[in-house]
Design a protein around this ligand. Sequence first.
Ligand code: GLP
Length: 259
Amino acid sequence: MEIIILPTGADVARAAADAIEEQVRSGPSVLGLATGSTPLGTYQELIERHRNYGLSFTNARAFLLDEYLGLPATHPQSYHSVIRKEFTDSVDLGSDAVHGLNGVAADPAAEALRYEASIEAAGGVDIQILGIGTDGHVGFNEPMSSLASRTRIKTLTRQTRKDNARFFENPADVPDHVLTQGLGTIRQARHLLLLAVGATKAQALAAAVEGPVAAVCPASALQLHPHVTVLVDSAAASKLAHRDYYQDTFGRKPQWQGL
Ligand code: GLP
């Protein structure tokens, strides 16, 4: 894992956008997109680069990490709608190039299998954006998710439902169940970009990066991946024991190396 501590969330957004831009400009690309508040700054950066600096996504396809079960794609809080509103509708990434899980599939288990097959048919994900939940979840892989899990149904913890209630009119409207790429699925993406911003993420981030690999902190499964870039602001980094080492390493990184 490469852990890069940057002063602010805006710096994190720019660095994440740099990595995605480099991937997209290198040729046909499969992007893994996350929802939640954390990647919004990155999406804003990419939109601006699309509008003002010729960054085009016509060679890209995208796969979402997860979806609420019971919400149709047209529901304003479905992750389908959210990603369109926050990102893909503002760049040249057509809706047929943006793939997500069907939250109202008659057979969710079959939908999960279909989704796994469609990621594979696309050649796998080149670069996957990830946020982290306050309980260490990635996608919607809650604590005790199998480190080898594939796309499937999960039940949200009370904490995650509480954390996500801000997006819904009524806290009781947050669905209990979701479909999410598994930790095994996520780990097949070729490059993982884990973003964390703000002090509320400091504890989960420290457990994910410096704690043992354990299902109790699902994000710790990323330690098993050969190419993970962790981009964090100083508040999210505040509980990392080896902060100085990460800063020193990044400060002395050869410029040609990239992320
Ligand atoms: C949500 C999403 C995750 C996201 C996480 C953190 O529940 N399923 O993909 O990373 O929670 O969200 P936020 O970035 O809003 O803190």
